[in-house]
Design a protein around this ligand. Structure first.
Ligand code: DAH
Length: 340
């Protein structure tokens, strides 16, 4: 009987040793210590033993039961600890690890440059005006001293909505709108989109951006225009920058000029950016034509003014060394990411 008990114990301990789930442990417990297990059977059958053997077998049987119960409990605890450790490992969270950042958008280079230009003029006391992109023929052309037979009115260049309504070809109509609703002194700029019926290539787009400028007051001269644009050029392109005015023609200004800035890469020596010229053309300007002042209800005998208009894309491209305008509109994040 004693041998049987010892064998039972050895067999059970061996099984416990190789059990590695809680379910397997439970199975072992039921098999060896359960109500129908061999140990219970032996204890129940004690009555059949000779009286002198009973206490001895009873003691051994109880020892075996205690040993097995302890071994089971110990194994259960070990399995639980291992399971906890595995779960901790699997759910490990390193709160000090660098965060995974969301992909944030950035400012578009056109918006960046536009804002920079706005800030320069705001610092000189200009207001920032707005005007409609769908404009009337009157504001886009007529109020700007651009007669009906002017080539700019050609359907080749202008997107017409109806005979009298069009997509503005320039930001200049905002000059007329501002003069109609404001009495001098006027100092304003107007950034915005303009449209021309051009085919897309490296330097043309049917939609692009301009910034218009207008100053009207008593005694405004060409000197004010030059001083203002000189200061703008220095702030925009660097202290050393000079301007150059070349005679030109615009219907709404007289005299008119095209304005260049000295190349901010070579300083005027000539390089690949300025194509060996030393100068980069950035805008058109002039003294507001008396007909334009008159059309918007301002007396040219009392007031004079200057105006200018610049293309934003041109400045963006020279500033960042972009040689194809199409990059600005294709929304390729590999391109755009370079500016944020
Ligand atoms: N509107 C002209 C253009 O689109 C640019 C311009 C030139 C605007 C001279 C002006 C100006 O206000 O005075 O080419």
């Amino acid at each position: 009987m004693k041998d049987r008990l010892m064998n039972l114990q050895a067999e059970c301990l061996q099984k416990l040793d190789s059990a590695n789930t809680l379910a397997a442990l439970e199975e072992i417990r039921v098999t060896y210590l359960g109500k129908k297990g061999p140990l219970t059977e032996i204890l129940r059958g004690m009555g059949a033993l000779p009286a002198e053997e009973r206490p001895i077998v009873g003691e051994i049987a109880n020892q075996v039961r205690t040993t097995l119960a302890d071994a089971l409990a110990a194994k259960k605890e070990a399995l639980g600890a291992a399971a906890d450790a595995a779960r901790l490992e699997a759910e490990k969270l390193d709160v000090t690890a660098p965060a995974v950042l969301k992909n944030l958008g950035g400012r578009h280079p056109i918006a960046l440059v536009q804002e920079e230009i706005e800030n320069i003029f705001i610092s000189m006391g200009f207001s920032v005006e707005d005007g409609p992109e769908v404009e009337t023929d009157y504001y886009n052309f007529e109020a700007l001293n651009t007669p009906a037979d002017h080539p700019a009115r050609d359907v080749q260049d202008t997107f017409y909505v109806t005979e009298k309504v069009l997509l503005r070809t320039q930001t200049s109509p905002v000059q007329a709108r501002t003069m109609e609703k404001t009495n001098p002194p006027i100092r304003m700029i107007c950034p915005g989109r303009v449209y021309r019926s051009d085919a897309v290539d490296a330097t043309h787009s049917p939609m692009f951006h301009q910034i218009e400028g207008l100053v009207v007051d008593r005694g405004i001269t060409m000197g004010d225009l030059k001083g203002t644009l000189d200061l703008f050029a220095q702030k925009m392109f660097g202290e050393q920058t000079k301007t150059r005015f070349r005679p030109h023609h615009f219907p709404f200004t007289e005299p008119s000029a095209e304005v260049d800035v000295s190349c901010f890469v070579c300083g005027g020596e000539g390089c690949s950016l300025c194509k060996g010229e030393g100068w980069i053309e950035i805008l058109g300007a002039g003294m507001v034509h008396p007909n334009v002042l008159r059309a918007s209800g301002i007396d040219p005998e009392e007031y004079s003014g200057f105006a200018f208009g610049m293309g934003v894309e041109r400045i963006v491209m020279t500033r960042y060394g972009i040689n194809d305008m199409r990059y600005l509109y294709e929304n390729d994040v590999r391109f755009l990411r370079q500016f944020s």
